[in-house]
Design a protein around this ligand. Structure first.
Ligand SMILES: Nc1ncnc2c1ncn2[C@@H]1O[C@H](COP(=O)(O)OP(=O)(O)O)[C@@H](O)[C@H]1O
Ligand SMILES: [Mg+2]
Length: 244
């Protein structure tokens, strides 16, 4: 397997807090890689650094062997790397269907939209809404969807960009077991179709069942990595969790 994403010696500080410290992480192409760690260990900051929301103080981030350090988020998304947010970001007054179309425009894809292109975009959005089981809600404003449906909508919306790699920040957080199962199946199916995943998740059952490789962060740096089985029995990992 090839390396899709590399985080090399990356650090980022916020005032007196060293949120990410000399972090080295590699995500293999075609994998479902889990990123776990206690609250405040730097997982979301790392996502923000990878997707260009923040710039690292030090270090470099490479996507498919090319540096994306300091690129703006739109360029990174355009390059094939998309993410969801721990707190779902949608346009609450817009319909589910509009939420599928608007982000891709903002990112600057297909800026020269003719009527045919627009038709294609809607068809594609409808296909993805069907895939996540939200077709019947396409004309509802996003705020009317359940929490789990909002997460699915955000997930579907980032797929509009046809990403090579998707980063999910707590996809199972606050979601009922049936919906968790649905989201896991969706991730697995997309993975079989060639999408690489980096998943932050607190639900260990989900991480252990879904991921083929797990990276553990503690205090902003990598504490351990390995197969789910190895991670579950690693004393340093157990310490980091029990110690907090
Ligand atoms: N924008 C920010 N400003 C100040 N501190 C931040 C900011 N973002 C994250 N932090 C701090 O960085 C540390 C890591 O946070 P975060 O990356 O959200 O952890 P996790 O997602 O693993 O829970 C925490 O101490 C958090 O308070
Ligand atoms: Mg977080």
């Amino acid at each position: 397997m090839n390396e899709m994403l590399r985080i090399a010696c990356v650090s980022r500080r916020f005032g007196g807090i060293q949120a990410v410290r000399d972090c080295n992480i590699s995500v293999q192409s075609g994998s479902i890689t889990g990123l776990i760690g206690p609250n405040g260990s730097g997982k979301t900051t790392l996502f923000n650094l990878i997707t260009g929301v923040y710039s690292p103080d030090e270090g470099e981030i490479l996507f498919e062997g090319k540096t994306i350090t300091n690129l703006p988020p739109s360029r990174i998304c355009h390059g094939g790397l998309s993410r969801t947010f721990q707190i779902t970001r949608l346009f609450w007054e817009m319909t589910a269907l509009e939420n599928m179309i608007v982000p891709i425009r903002q990112v600057g894809f297909r800026s020269l939209l003719g009527p045919d292109m627009f038709r294609n975009e809607i068809d594609r959005a409808m296909g993805l809404l069907e895939r996540v089981g939200l077709t019947h809600l396409k004309d509802e404003p996003a705020r009317k969807l359940s929490f789990g449906q909002q997460k699915l909508l955000e997930f579907a919306a980032i797929l509009m960009a046809d990403p090579k790699m998707v980063m999910l920040d707590e996809p199972a957080g606050g979601v009922n077991p049936t919906m968790i199962r649905f989201i896991m199946d969706l991730i697995r199916d997309l993975n079989k179709e060639g999408v690489t995943f980096l998943v932050v998740e607190h639900n260990m059952g989900v991480v252990m069942e879904l991921c083929d490789h797990v990276i553990v962060l503690d205090q902003g740096t990598k504490l351990a990595e390995g197969s789910p089985e190895m991670i579950q029995t690693n004393p340093a990992v157990l310490d980091a969790y029990l110690g907090t």
